[in-house]
Write a protein that binds this ligand. Structure first.
Ligand SMILES: NC(=O)c1ccc[n+]([C@@H]2O[C@H](COP(=O)([O-])OP(=O)(O)OC[C@H]3O[C@@H](n4cnc5c(N)ncnc54)[C@H](O)[C@@H]3O)[C@@H](O)[C@H]2O)c1
Length: 408
């Protein structure tokens, strides 16, 4: 399965900053594999570099299955085209454990471990190995772009490209401008972001950039509300989904991202800004110390059980995972399940109504990512849901999903 390349790839490297055709992604983990996938899907040649061969193999597997899913959706009436799309995209991706194999390209996106010294060391090596025109970018969520590039010569060809998880699904890309970035590099990054299907927004090198900076106080205040006993976490989650239209409540989101990551992000923003809104939250620290990190450890604000569907009050997981309610749909109709959850569990919207409202395509993608990440059977996408999506019945926005709607 693994396709390691044994020599430096001879790209017809374009000296123009505007034409990015050959891309290297360093770090083939969760984010790196997603970035590689979207670039390959867009017709670019991609090399993934990782220090661990087993992670390269894992990245290839996950990219392949994601490509199959995308192909089914894009070419639903043409199996041959779908197959060709998967083959072509996958064939554009090469992998290697040697950094030299990825140096001679137009753009290098770094998605390695979130540690300043590791990122600095990597870019110093690449600065010596890469040709003049190569642009460097970091996918860091919390480290300063200026600090990462402080030791290299090509500061004018360096910036942040902050993707969101899961990369193939999330449409946003934050393009971060360090102090020394040139206009040409910035424009090339914006154009590249667009070429891989993202909507780009621009931000200076400020802690948390746009989205995490705004999500930080929101998530911190949700935790404090719960800590103070102002409202239950379930109600806060439902409130933000149904009242503010957020696809996930703050506690679901924290469990999904990982409480350790949340704690780290708040800590960095507090250290860098001194803003009391980011001050440490005792509840969060306690939960991290207890190893309650969210989905990845089986427990965070909610419980996730490997073998048995287990959820306190059965509220939010039902909303996330269609499996349970559709599995039991032989016992009760969809309508009855919705009514039951509304009247019996105080759910303001039934889980199936909510799924249609959010979009079944989004549900399938989120479930697939959760399943891949956690291995929990509860997240395994189910046939009936995949079928609805492949038929274009994706919920309210298409006029039909689990229910039919008069107008879209
Ligand atoms: N996970 C998220 O939701 C998210 C979102 C946005 C940005 N980010 C950022 O993306 C980066 C990667 O995060 P992730 O979640 O994909 O991490 P991850 O742990 O899934 O993947 C990191 C990969 O980098 C590899 N690696 C480590 N050091 C390396 C080196 N020197 N050279 C080559 N490979 C190396 C590891 O083997 C691993 O496969 C981090 O900077 C993180 O802050 C993460």
């Amino acid at each position: 399965m693994i396709k390691l390349i044994g020599h430096v790839r001879n790209f017809s490297s374009s000296p123009s900053l505007n034409v990015i055709q050959n891309v290297t992604v360093v770090g083939g983990g969760l984010m790196g594999s997603g970035i590689a996938q979207v670039a390959a899907q867009a017709g670019q040649n991609v090399t993934i570099i990782d220090v661990k061969p087993e992670l390269l193999e894992k990245a290839q597997k996950s990219i392949k299955s994601n490509l199959v899913r995308v192909a089914k959706k894009t070419f639903k009436d043409d199996a041959a085209k779908a197959e060709q799309f998967v083959k072509d995209s996958f064939d554009r991706i090469k992998v290697s454990t040697k950094i030299e194999d990825g140096a001679n390209v137009d753009l290098i996106v770094e998605a390695i471990v979130e540690k300043l010294d590791a990122k600095q060391e990597l870019f110093k090596k690449l600065d010596d190995l890469s040709p003049e025109h190569t642009i460097f970018a970091s996918n860091t969520s919390s480290i300063s772009i200026n600090e990462i590039c402080s030791g290299i010569k090509r500061k004018d060809r360096f910036g942040g490209l902050h993707f969101f998880n899961p990369v193939p699904v999330m449409r946003l890309l934050e393009v971060i401008k360090g102090d020394d970035i040139s206009e040409a590099t910035y424009q090339a990054m914006m154009a590249w972001g667009k070429s891989v299907g993202k909507t780009c927004i621009t931000c200076k090198d400020t802690p948390g950039f746009v989205v995490n900076r705004l999500l930080g106080p929101y998530s911190a205040e949700a935790l404090r509300m719960y800590e103070r006993g102002d409202a239950s976490k379930e109600d806060i989650d439902i409130g933000m989904k149904l009242g503010a239209g957020y696809p996930m409540g703050p506690f679901e989101l924290a469990d999904y991202t990982g409480l350790d990551t949340n704690k780290f992000a708040l800590q960095v923003m507090y250290e860098k800004t001194g803003n009391p809104v980011f001050e440490p939250i005792p509840l969060l620290h306690k939960m991290v110390e207890e190893g309650k990190l969210g989905i990845k450890t089986g427990e965070g604000f909610y419980k996730y059980n490997k073998n048995k569907f287990h959820y306190r009050k059965k509220k939010i997981i039902i909303d996330i995972n269609m499996k349970h309610e559709l599995t039991i749909s032989g016992d009760a109709s969809g309508k009855d399940i919705d009514v039951g959850m509304k009247l019996g569990a105080g759910y303001p919207m039934g889980p199936l109504e909510l799924a249609d409202y959010t979009g079944l395509d989004t549900k399938v993608q989120v479930l697939a990512t959760l399943y891949e990440k956690t291995g929990l059977a509860v997240f395994k996408p189910i046939a009936v849901l995949n079928k609805l999506v492949s038929e274009g019945r994706i919920g309210r926005k298409s006029g039909e999903g689990i229910y039919k709607y008069e107008s879209k």
